[in-house]
Design a protein around this ligand. Sequence first.
Ligand SMILES: Cc1cc2nc3c(=O)[nH]c(=O)nc-3n(C[C@H](O)[C@H](O)[C@H](O)COP(=O)(O)O)c2cc1C
Length: 280
Amino acid sequence: MKFDFPVEHTVQARYSVRTYKETPLSAEAKEQINACIASLSNPFSVGVRFRLLETETAVSSEKLGTYGMIKGAKNFIGAAVPGGAFALEALGYDFEKLILYSTHLGLGTCWLGGTFNRSKFAAAMQVKENELFPAVSPVGYPAPKKRLAESLARRMVKADQRKDWGTLFFKNSFTVPLEKSDTGAYLFPLEMLRLAPSASNKQPWRILQSENVFHFYEAKPPGYSDRAAFDIQRVDMGIAACHFHLAALEKGMPGTFAKLPEPKTELPEHLHYLFSWVPA
Ligand SMILES: Cc1cc2nc3c(=O)[nH]c(=O)nc-3n(C[C@H](O)[C@H](O)[C@H](O)COP(=O)(O)O)c2cc1C
């Protein structure tokens, strides 16, 4: 397929780029991004609407601002989706695939769910009343050096670190960590999932393996993701599903994501069941 990329290399190459050269995207890059957008589809079967946006000047312009978080970028991608079941997961899945493809093209990106001028971007996106508009990302050529503010932002959320296996992955019960040696061919999809980006680097995904099915849960600390109009961590869960799925497909292991009857297991506080991976 035209929009394929090597999963491990691309997942490892992606990071949140917050400083860009002030060069607009080339016509070729825009074409490639728009073609990828046109090809996107997700296992949650929800249509996500993307738009490649341009600022008139670099992002310091008031029009499409990011409160100083992003510097230099002249192009952004916005994503909106009609509200409904698995809308945010679908958006997370499709947008992350587009971000990984952009990474593969040598472009920088940065998920923004909070630090962007939502009303100005919503006007540029022509967001409709029934739509959720959770995130945008700059897309452009990374500057050779990070700014001090960027390095500080990374340090604040320990952006270079990820939670370890024992915190994220479990076998049959949330009291039993899933051993790497026990995962067989799924070592790779789980490791690719573990390296995914998430809002404030919270990594809310918890996975419970039971026989050959992987159940996806969201860790929802009270007061964190409930404050906004929608739960940004549901986007994180879609991103996790994307990494897991692309890695499984690359290894020739098809399957489907489905909402099953809630698995019968004792749930730690603040964990919520969302969906499961069922191998084909
Ligand atoms: C859904 C989502 C929303 C995010 N929102 C913001 C944001 O508003 N501002 C920001 O600077 N970074 C934001 N980030 C970037 C994360 O902080 C970043 O992905 C995480 O710290 C891991 O770092 P990395 O992307 O460099 O691997 C967001 C990431 C995700 C997935």
